[in-house]
Ligand binder design. Sequence first.
Ligand code: NAD
Ligand code: NA
Length: 398
Amino acid sequence: MIIQPRVRGFICLTSHPEGTAAHVKQQIDYVKSKGKIENGPKKVLVIGASTGFGLASRITAAFGSDAATIGVFFEKPAVEGKPGTAGWYNSAAFEKEAQAAGLYAKSINGDAFSDEVKQQTIDLIKQDLGQVDLVVYSLASPRRTHPKTGVAHASVLKPIDQPFTDKTVDFHSGVVSDISIQPVENPSDIENTVAVMGGEDWKFWIEELKAAGVLAEGVKTVAYSYIGPELTYPIYRNGTIGRAKDDLEGTVSVLNDLLKDLNGISYVSVNKALVTQSSSAIPVVPLYISLLYKVMKEKGIHEGTIEQMQRLFADRLYSGKAVELDEKGRIRVDDWEMREDVQAEVAALWEQISTENLEEISDIAGYRNDFFNLFGFNFDSVDYDADTNEVVDVPSIK
Ligand code: NAD
Ligand code: NA
C-alpha cells in the first residue's frame, strides 16, 4: 500500500516500514561511529524497547557493545490494509540489523505490566541467555492494569494545587495559544498516575527476575526520569506525572537493597526533553522543546534519543569510573539541557514566542521533522508515493 502520514492531534495514525527502518539504521550508524563501549553490557533486557529512549538503549547495547538483547514492548503489526505501529516496524528493522551483525535479538510483544509477560520473559532468558547483566526500564504508558488487584489505572497530566495557564503550541498548525489546565479534583488522580508511571512495576520486574535467578552477579538496572525547567514545573515535575517520577526515583533505594547480595545496582537517569510519542502528548512541553532545540542546536550541543543513550552508556553507566550522581543520587544526562546559559536563553525566548514569530525564533521545524521521523516519514531515501509492503515480520515473533 501507499503509506502517507495521517495525523490526529498529537498522534500519527500511520507509520512507514521503510522510513522507520531508515530511522533505526541512522541510530545504529551513529552508535557505530562512536566506537565500542568498553566493558559495556553483554546480555540486556529492555522493557519498552520499541520506540524512544528504550529503542535507543537497545541499539546502544547491541551495536555499542555487541550485547544480546531481549526487547519487551506493546505494538501492533499491520492488519487489513492498515500499517503496523512505528514500534513494530522499528523492532522488525532492529532485529534484522542485529541478525545481520551476528547479534542475538528476540522480542516479546505484550503487556509488560502483566505477570504473564514477566514470566514469558523469564522463560526466554532462561532458555537463551541464562542471565542478564542489564535491565533497562523505559515504559511510557497512559494506563496500567495492576497485575495483583486487576484495577485498571489511568494516568492524567494535571497540576496538583492550582490551575496552570501558559503558552502551548499546536505543532502542526503553528498556532501558539494560552492553555489553562485545571488541577486534580481528586487525590485518586495522583494515585492512579503513580500506579501507572511510578516505580512499582519496575520493582515487580526486578523482584521477579531476581527470584527466578536470571539476574547476573553485578547486574545493573536503569529507569528514566525527567525534571525540566521551572516553566513546566506546574504541569510536569510538580504535577501528577512528577509525583510518579518522585516514586520512580524513590524506588532506587528499594532496588539497591534487593540487589545487594548480587552486588547489583539500580539507577535513575534524568534524560533530556525530546520529541517522542509520549512527550508530544504533554501540553506546553512541545513549545518548550522547540525553543530548547533552537538554543541547543545554535550552541552545537543538541542531542536526540540515540546521542543521549550512547552518552549514558559510554560516559556514565560503563565509563569504567564511578558513576557521577547528583545530590539526589540520580544520573544526569539532561546536564546540557539544564545548563544556565541554555535555560536563560530559552526563558527569554519563552517571553516573546507567539504564532507570528514561531517559525523564526523557535525550531518548530525541527520539532515537526522529529515527530514525523518517529513514524518513518520525512526520510529522503524513501519514496512515499510508491507502493510498499506494510506486512513486515518481527523475525523472533511468531
Ligand atoms: P515512548 O512512548 O517512545 O516509549 C514507550 C515504550 O513503552 C514503547 O516501547 C512502548 O511499546 C512501551 N510500552 C508502553 N506500554 C506498554 C505496555 N503496557 N507493555 C509493554 N510495553 C509498553 O516513550 P519515551 O519518551 O521513550 O519514554 C520512556 C521513558 O523515558 C519514560 O519513563 C519517560 O518518562 C522517560 N523520559 C522521556 C523524556 C522525553 O522527553 N521523551 C525525557 C526524559 C525521560
Ligand atoms: Na522507550
